[in-house]
Ligand binder design. Structure first.
Ligand SMILES: Cc1cc2nc3c(=O)[nH]c(=O)nc-3n(C[C@H](O)[C@H](O)[C@H](O)COP(=O)(O)OP(=O)(O)OC[C@H]3O[C@@H](n4cnc5c(N)ncnc54)[C@H](O)[C@@H]3O)c2cc1C
Length: 399
């Protein structure tokens, strides 16, 4: 089905981890299919996939019937194997989740139960054992230990997937933005393509693109900004990932320590509601239409206080203060030099989906579509971890 590289069986919008993993899996399963990825940026993984914590999550946060639970355990294993096979860095340093009080200890038990149901290896350990893993850690009576949690270099992983996909014959056109669709014809900033099926993996813009195909009508993306602070004093003061007990009503995990793939230490990310989807710094990429849409939606959330949005917003906005963010991290550990946090590292913005009717945050991945177009609508964390099995699922169920 090819005429001068303008006609494809599958046209994937977006070269983040989801679009790339999908292209690789599609080409492996259907070697004769013509697969094209279009990406509006000059290079791959410029947004969420290149701006995240780089943690491979073990799968104990998510309720048992969710897609996140289904894909995390196998996704983590598959991603570790991919890193080993491609000589990509992998830091298998594990993770501790720590409690501040009796109430949070109950949530640790709940997380352990979820982990057991989901097939994730997790243990409740006492403080002495926790301190053997991380001498500085603080917790109330017990801590939850996940030995399988690891960190990777997200850009290196995306780069390796791209290379493997290109070798198999996937076509990639960067600096090519999707603009509109007319039947099977896809108008982009680099010309028009025809496609049997379009797969929308456009991250922060997935809702807008879905709407052009008549899908995702109940949803809108709300951008939440994740800021990180680097601990530059040394690499040795923290030995593992350390997380607080999260508020299970929302999908964010709280300010935590990430032990990066190269051993460096960072804290974050925040989850600050913002008004523009790619507004990483000051006035960069501010878009008026997004600003107005987010203002209206976030205004509604503020007034109705759905999923406790008002206190979430107040708590998160305070984290624009470096001092406050450091103080939250220091609640998880003893005797760490607060002056060691010297600079911000690359921020990310999450494409969190909200149901416009119920005004609830959508927690699980969402896919909608028909034989002509498929839309990945809520590939939020742990989307990176889940990307390979998530791609299999899309192919088996939608393509
Ligand atoms: C701060 C933060 C921390 C996170 N931490 C983790 C973690 O530790 N572990 C984990 O598993 N997950 C984590 N995640 C989640 C993970 O990063 C995402 O689930 C994943 O990257 C989503 O990938 P994606 O391909 O859907 O989106 P993206 O990476 O955003 O890719 C979408 C692509 O579509 C392109 N695009 C958009 N519009 C158009 C258009 N009109 N035409 C052409 N191209 C277009 C964009 O330029 C972009 O490259 C985190 C996310 C954030 C933001």
């Amino acid at each position: 089905m090819s005429s001068e590289n303008h006609s494809y069986d599958y046209l994937i919008i977006g070269a983040g981890i989801i679009g790339l993993a999908l292209a690789l899996k599609l080409k492996k399963k259907r070697p004769n299919a013509l697969v094209l990825i279009i990406e509006k940026e000059k290079d791959i993984a410029r947004h969420q996939s290149g701006r995240n914590s780089g943690v491979l999550h073990a799968g104990f946060y998510y309720s048992a019937n969710s897609l996140k639970a289904r894909f995390s355990v196998s996704g983590l294993k598959e991603m570790k194997t991919f890193c080993r096979e491609n000589n990509l860095p992998l830091n298998e340093c594990g993770k501790l989740v720590v409690a501040k009080n009796e109430e949070e200890l109950k949530t640790l038990h709940e997380l352990k139960a979820r982990g057991n149901k989901n097939g994730a290896q997790v243990e409740l350990i006492d403080i002495k054992e926790a301190k053997e893993i991380e001498p500085r850690v603080k917790s109330f009576e017990k801590a939850l230990y996940s030995p399988a949690t690891a960190t990777i270099d997200p850009l290196a992983v995306c780069g390796a997937i791209k290379e493997r996909a290109l070798k198999l014959g996937v076509a990639l056109k960067t600096a090519t933005a999707f603009i509109d669709c007319r039947g099977g014809n896809i108008k982009t900033s680099s010309g028009t393509f025809s496609a049997g099926t379009v797969i929308n993996c456009a991250g922060l813009y997935c809702d807008r693109i879905a709407r052009k195909f008549g899908f995702g009508l109940d949803y809108a993306v709300i951008p939440f900004k994740g800021l990180y602070l680097k601990y530059t004093k040394n690499k040795s003061d923290i030995k593992t990932n350390i997380y607080p007990v999260p508020d299970l009503r929302n999908p964010f995990l709280g300010v935590h320590f990430t032990k990066m793939v190269d051993g460096t230490i960072k804290i974050g990310p925040t989850a600050i509601p913002v008004l523009s989807r790619e507004n990483y710094r000051a006035l960069e990429n501010l878009a008026l239409d997004e600003f107005v849409q987010s203002l209206v939606l976030e205004g509604k959330l503020f007034v109705t206080n759905k999923f406790n949005f008002r206190s979430l917003a107040f708590q998160e906005i305070k984290k624009f203060s470096k001092k406050h963010m450091i103080s939250l991290a220091l609640e998880l550990v003893d005797a760490l030099d607060e002056k060691g946090f010297t600079e911000y590292s690359t921020p990310g913005i999450r494409a969190t989906l909200i149901n416009k009717r119920s005004l609830e945050l959508v927690k699980d991945f969402v896919v909608e579509g028909d034989s002509k177009s498929v839309h990945v609508l809520n590939a939020v964390s742990p989307g990176f971890t889940c990307s390979f099995p998530f791609a299999d699922y899309i192919i088996e169920n939608y393509l």
